[in-house]
Write a protein that binds this ligand. Structure first.
Ligand code: FES
Length: 234
């Protein structure tokens, strides 16, 4: 019997069968796409190199040394290298709040047995340092993760995470002091412009940031030439 002479019901059945196969196919393709994206994260939004971003105050002016308090108990952060990725900005001092010059040091990565060289402090006293403010255990951020000044009763001179108790030493390249973290906080390489007394973030060093396959993938780039420093009172 020619196709156009077949009973309507049979034609409808064939049509529904084709539609059903298409729907299942589309579903499988979607699932497959999700799996592929999980295994191989999307590469859109991947920066090809670390940006150099001037650190700015909320009013748009550059951060100067006098804007940074030695051993500031408040949490001062800026996003880098991508949006919504907080980093500490610390001006470190001793127990009487005199600037401490921070030397570059070899930092261990307990998770891998690897090592890397931390950035030295910058600024007129070599006391300004920066690191990721994303805990390398399970990703807690400030205020749970925060710096305790040397005069503090709890965790003096350390960065402590209230989520599960990890502790890091910002005076020694943000190295691991106590777990459960098995990785130090990645360091931000800062540059200091002596002529203008300004600071820029130029690069990240250390272990891969928690939750991402690479330091520059899986997020949104910061489109401006600067990144704004914000202060969170704790
Ligand atoms: S997330 Fe920081 S210790 Fe677990």
């Amino acid at each position: 019997m020619p196709e156009d002479e077949k009973p309507i019901d049979e034609q409808r059945r064939k049509f529904l069968k084709v539609v059903g196969v298409m729907i299942i196919g589309a579903g499988l393709a979607g699932t497959l796409r999700s799996v592929v994206q999980y295994v191989i994260p999307p590469t859109s939004n991947v920066e090809s190199s670390f940006p150099t971003l001037l650190l700015l105050l909320p009013n748009g002016n550059p951060v100067h040394t006098s804007d940074l308090t030695v051993n500031n108990p408040s949490v001062v952060t800026f996003d880098y290298p991508l949006q919504n990725e907080p980093n500490f900005l610390l001006r470190l001092g001793d127990s009487t709040n005199n600037d401490v010059k921070i030397e570059s040091t070899t930092v261990d990565i307990p998770a891998t047995g690897g090592k890397y060289q931390s950035p030295a402090g910058v600024g007129p006293y070599g006391s300004v340092v920066s690191s990721s403010a994303i805990c390398q255990h399970l990703g807690c951020i400030p205020p749970e993760l925060r710096f305790h000044p040397p005069s503090a009763t709890d965790f003096p001179g350390k960065i402590h995470c209230d989520c599960h108790g990890s502790t890091y030493d910002p005076y020694k390249g943000f190295s691991v002091v106590t777990g459960p973290t098995k990785a130090p906080l990645p360091g931000i390489v800062l540059s200091y412009d002596q002529t203008n007394d300004t600071y820029s973030a130029t690069m990240l060093v250390g272990p891969t940031i928690y939750g991402r396959s690479s330091d520059l993938s899986g997020g949104n780039p910061i489109s401006s030439a600067g990144t704004t420093v914000t202060t969170l009172g704790v």
